[in-house]
Design a protein around this ligand. Sequence first.
Ligand SMILES: O=P(O)(O)OC[C@H]1O[C@](O)(COP(=O)(O)O)[C@@H](O)[C@@H]1O
Ligand SMILES: [Mn+2]
Length: 655
Amino acid sequence: MREKVMEKMKLKYLEKMAELYPTMAEASTEIINLQSILNLPKGTEHFITDIHGEYEAFSHVLKNGSGSIRRKIDTVFGHTMNKQEKKSLATLIYYPKEKIGLIKKQETDMEEWYKITLYRLIEVCKKAASKYTRSKVRKALPKDFAYVIEELITERWDITDKESYYEQIICTIIDIGRAEEFIIALSELIQRLVVDHLHILGDIYDRGPAPHRIMDKLETYHSLDVQWGNHDILWMGAAAGQECCIATVIRICARYGNLDILEDGYGINLLPLATFALTYYKDDACQCFKIKGNHQLNPVEQDLNMKMHKAISIIQFKLEGQLLMRRREFGMADRALLDDIDYSEGTIRLKGKEYKLLDSYFPTIDAENPYELSREEKEVVERLVSAFVSCEKLQNHIQFLLKKGSMYKIFNGNLLYHGCIPMNEDGSLKEVQIYEKSYRGKALYDVLECYVRKAFMARDGKEKERGKDMLWYIWTSPNSPLFGKNKMATFERYFLAEKETHQEIKNPYYNFLESEEIAERIFEEFQVKGEGRHIVNGHVPVHHTSGESPIKCKGKILVIDGGFSRAYQKETGIAGYTLIYNSWGMILAAHEPFTSTQDAITKESDILSDSILVKRVTERKNVGATDTGAKLKERIAELKELLDAYRNGLLVEKL
Ligand SMILES: O=P(O)(O)OC[C@H]1O[C@](O)(COP(=O)(O)O)[C@@H](O)[C@@H]1O
Ligand SMILES: [Mn+2]
């Protein structure tokens, strides 16, 4: 009986396929096409993490494909070009417009330069395109030059004098004054072809000056996924209208002197907060709320920034206190600290010890009711919430994160996540209570992701609110896989001099990064199978200067946060790691601090300092061995069944 039902279902499916491939010839052609794709080399994957608003450095790394363009140039030109020439060609590919502008000022014979350059670019382009099917390359071609580029990068066996055929095309391009546009188009095409797919392992937002520009760039990128970081989740919470998240987003912008991200980048009106801060902290120097890192604010702007910084911090601590009381189930009530303060003495009692507060001027706090917002604070919060939820640009960016992002991803045998897998001291998976039930490992990740989506999509008001609060929880709870530290010592860092109170202890997960047994357990938990599997993870800066390596557990775990974030470069000693996974293996790239786009162009400085080979295979990996390959193989098997059905007379061709 069951078999009969199955047969019937199969036939139905084959009939559906027959609509797409109505003849045996068409089905056969598709099989041949797919089969040939399986034999192409695997596309290059690029992994970037913890960008933290550093748009220019990010954009540069995206352009150079973490060394992939340099490698292509090397393969194509080997010893026929010297180092300097290769460097110039690479810079041209990254910044074609700007570079041509400079060349024009120096070159006497531009026509010759155009010719040589075009030849070179075509060669690199050919190489970059050789990994893809013609149809895929065609889709990537810029509209204006699609036909000519295709002509130039595909071998024409039917033409006898190929040299002069190509020469003529190139001369015509120069003659009609289109060389510049053509060079730009070719360079961008090379950038586009060199990386097939991008993984962003989280923390696009906070600290740096331009996360909104990173988001704009990602929106136009050809193929990517995002594993949300705790900072991205914070912004998602803010966009969903979660008050604590909104206050924290503003606080961090103020802390780094970046309030213009909100005002200019997103058009969020901060005037209500500014007027409130100027009124209530008028004569307060707000010394504990100095701007961190470099900034370009004049003294008056700085003063206002510090006042707003303090005002929003106090609002944040009040709102968080309220949330922790309302959501007792979060088990974080110990992080509500305002009721541990002795307001007349200016001290706080933490874990039985008394500390002097560095700042004890709290004009808006009622000692009897420390978490209650004052009437004016309430008004400010209301206006901020409405500004965040009605900001179209922010909502679009966050929708994009929801569409392309997730808590974790399994891709071509690798497990990708931002932070950690919460564990107990003995390395077992930690049970975490999420509302009524408890979860661990993969199930914990999955349930949290459901709540993230509910914060935006749920129709049931109560579930939506739970989702919104859960976004804050994911940002900061010790049990959150995206945060993974015992506490977020924000209050202590502002108000207490004693460094020991600032300490945030990492989840035991981070003690097991060298344990193969634990790595195996994680693979098992997430059902990641296969020989070449890895865990790729960001979030914790790798201290390059003190000799720490991003390669853990004999290469099974790769922790690639080297710190794009300028504020952290003193600690890490470099400007971040990125990872490349191409058909030959995996390469970690270490980057030097990025000074400016201007330097990258004029000094041709490529911030790539080091390439570390993580793994090199002896046999080049083909599409057949990837996730896409598995899907294509399934499709081929179905098409073969379709062919059989035609042959057996089960289906009739529609000629
Ligand atoms: O140095 P900042 O920007 O004040 O932030 C420090 C806070 O950021 C965190 O490190 C979280 O940010 P990351 O996800 O980038 O690590 C907290 O643990 C810490 O309290
Ligand atoms: Mn993080």
